[in-house]
Design a protein around this ligand. Structure first.
Ligand code: ZN
Length: 325
């Protein structure tokens, strides 16, 4: 479906079929040269949806550049196939590096599940079912890195790149000051909380994420255009809600450690509340892995704050609340 947002700005619903998200909101800015913001999975239906929308607008990818809000395949995978000979594909610097480094980036094989305390049967199920899932299938292409503060000009608009790392290392939003309009990718979503996860507790994506939510409060935002689903309140209200959500999660995690003493990552995840229809035991393996990824990001945040301690015993990371906390 193609929908006009403002002069020269359109939204394209790109179907996703699986998962809870239903579709990707791609955006299209029409001008002398056009800009497509996000692309979808490399699937026939996504390809047809986007090329069909461009047909209706009487243009084509030959005359279009692409801006990827971030590296995740539901945003970036189709870019290589869509790109015309002249197409530039912009993406935030850190995500560009990941994409250029190796296709392995998109193998979702998780390292060292034993360090997180995964029971062997869950890790084995994951390896069997998910870890061999196809890697990022996008055609190899050249990405043009954008940096915080860079300006792109399309359709008569000046689009300022804002580094919003957290959900991915290179997540970048685009802001049109004149219209008080923000293309926010997955940095702000409204009826779901953007996933912030990690597999290593020595990096702290949640700290970046919260800092980059706070940063957006300095921007006047009247129109916010997320990459999934709709908008239910103002961007600033949603920012406050998301930060409150993470603070609650951090509190809950700390309570679990205070009540239970030392636990491994998997044990912590199993004791937290999850917004799913089933309990932890019946949760599909893939969801358990995502949950553990979120827990690692929250543990890294608490470690950085000095609120918890970590030690390693027989190759398993163990966490406890710091005395007096
Ligand atoms: Zn994403």
């Amino acid at each position: 479906m193609l929908q006009r947002v403002l002069d020269n700005i359109y939204k394209i619903d790109v179907p996703m079929r699986d998962g809870a998200l239903n579709c990707l909101n791609a955006y299209f800015i029409q001008g002398e040269r056009n800009l497509l913001i996000d692309t979808g999975f490399d699937r026939e239906e996504s390809y047809k949806t986007i090329t069909g929308a461009l047909n209706r607008l009487e243009t084509s990818m030959e005359n279009t550049d692409i801006f990827l809000t971030h590296i995740h395949p539901d945003h970036a995978e189709l870019a290589g196939r869509l790109a015309g000979i002249e197409t530039r594909i912009y993406i935030g610097e850190k995500d560009a590096k990941l994409l250029n480094e190796s296709e392995k980036t998109f193998s979702i094989r998780r390292r060292n599940p034993e360090m997180k305390g995964f029971p062997p049967e869950v890790a084995a199920d994951y390896e069997r079912t998910y870890a061999l899932r196809r890697p990022f299938s996008g055609k190899r292409c050249t990405y043009t890195e954008v940096l915080d503060g860079d300006i792109l000009e399309y359709g008569g608009y000046r689009l300022r790149c804002i580094d919003c790392a957290g959900h991915s290392p290179g997540q970048t939003c685009l802001y049109i000051e004149e219209k008080k309009l923000l293309f926010c990718g997955d940095h702000i979503l409204f009826d779901i909380t953007p996933n912030v996860s990690s597999w290593e507790d020595d990096i702290n994506p949640l700290k970046d994420y919260i800092k980059n939510l706070e940063k957006l409060k300095a921007y006047d935002i009247e129109i916010v255009l997320p990459a999934h689903r709709g908008v239910t309140c103002s961007a600033h209200e949603r920012i406050d809600e998301i930060i409150a959500h993470h603070n609650e999660r951090l509190d809950e995690l700390l309570c679990v450690l205070k009540e239970n003493g030392e636990l491994n990552t998997y044990e912590i995840a199993s004791r937290l509340t999850w917004n799913t229809p089933c309990n932890w035991r019946d949760m599909p393996t893939f969801q358990k892995y995502s949950a553990v990824g979120e827990v690692v990001a929250h543990l890294a945040f608490l470690l950085d704050r000095g609120l918890i301690e970590k030690r390693v015993e027989q190759g398993v990371n163990l966490y406890s609340a710091r005395a007096g906390v």
